[in-house]
Design a protein around this ligand. Structure first.
Ligand code: FES
Length: 331
């Protein structure tokens, strides 16, 4: 469970602009005697405390084999909640940041020669895909990257990717009149996940792109295991399964709490003095993941896959609720 993840301090060794409004930060342990940084695999993200009380998640986009450094890229979002603006304004060599993780809810199915991968990125969504492309390419697996953005100047790493992977990269810059047609992409891929070689589609980008690709996957009949999505934004909220209060039994703390319809489990549990780590509080980061002992869950997060939600083993208590009168959690 993420609640066990320790915090550590990182110091910025380099802050460099890699596209319009995109700042890449290279980080190392602030304590030089701390040993190698925690391990990670492609798809992982880091929780970064940008300012006191403000945590943001950033995909790791460097080399997992480099245990001395982490690398993240931060898109400046003037209409966001202020975290990215703060980093753009203040992060420079020597800045110390508190971090937790890495966590991975977007893991790459281990590449094997002969497998086929399709990567779809929208803008800053390229970041978690960079180490994936590297891993897949090293393994000799076949892959294609579809990379879309508003303009080339706003698409980080586009030149390096084209130089490195050549024809495997298709670039769609909207201001040059090239748009990624996901419907056509789906038709082209029809049958790929069912073919002799396993097929995997990984996508990270804006919510609209993810929703469109999900619809393509459904209409093409891809198995759920073929499509892997990383969300930066929460899914649109749907009606909860239950509109009444429900009880939550905290097995380890020996408490039973009532969760009213207008409050989250996380709020109620925190108020009772039980320590649970949280970060985004909107179901996108996975930090508040909590094991479920029994009961039916109304999963409302944007992290777990449909299969993980169905297995009911864990839930994100910042947004998910009970679909029954009483839930028992390992808290
Ligand atoms: S705090 Fe981020 S998923 Fe719950």
């Amino acid at each position: 469970m993420s609640g066990a993840l320790p915090e550590f301090e990182l110091v910025v060794t380099e802050a460099r602009s890699v596209a319009v409004d995109v700042l890449m930060l290279t980080l190392r342990a602030a304590d030089p005697s701390a040993g190698p940084l925690p391990e990670w695999l492609p798809g992982a993200h880091l929780d970064v405390r940008v300012q006191p009380g403000v945590e943001r998640q950033y995909s790791l986009c460097g080399d997992p084999a480099d245990r001395e450094h982490y690398r993240i890229a931060v898109l400046r979002e003037p209409d966001g909640r202020g975290g990215s603006e703060h980093l753009h304004a203040h992060a420079a060599a020597g800045t110390v940041l508190t971090a937790r993780g890495p966590l991975n809810h977007f893991a790459l199915v281990p590449p094997v020669a002969g497998a086929r991968y399709e990567f779809v990125a929208g803008g800053i969504g390229i970041t978690p895909l960079l180490p994936m492309l590297d891993a897949v390419s090293r393994a000799g697996a076949e892959f294609v990257l579809h990379y879309a953005g508003r303009s080339l100047e706003r698409m980080p790493f586009v030149d390096e990717l084209v130089e490195r992977y050549g024809d495997a990269v298709s670039v769609y810059a909207a201001d040059a009149g090239r748009r990624l047609d996901l419907g056509a992409f789906g038709r082209e891929l029809a049958g790929v996940p069912d073919s002799a070689a396993p097929g995997f589609v990984y996508c990270c980008g804006p919510a609209r792109m993810l929703a469109e690709l999900e619809a393509v996957a459904v209409s093409a009949g891809w198995p759920a295991s073929a499509l892997h999505l990383e969300r930066f934004e929460a899914r649109e909220a749907t009606e909860p399964v239950r509109h009444e209060s429900f009880e939550v039994e905290l097995e380890l703390s020996g408490m039973t709490l009532e969760v009213p319809p207008d409050r989250t489990i996380l709020d109620v549990v925190e108020e009772a003095g039980v320590l649970v780590l949280s970060s985004c509080r909107e179901g996108t980061c996975g930090t508040c993941e909590t094991p479920v002992v029994s009961g039916e869950v109304d999963h409302r997060d944007s992290v777990l896959t449909p299969a993980e939600q169905e297995s009911n083993e864990v839930m994100m208590i910042c947004v998910s609720r009970a679909a029954c009168p009483r839930l028992v959690l390992e808290l």
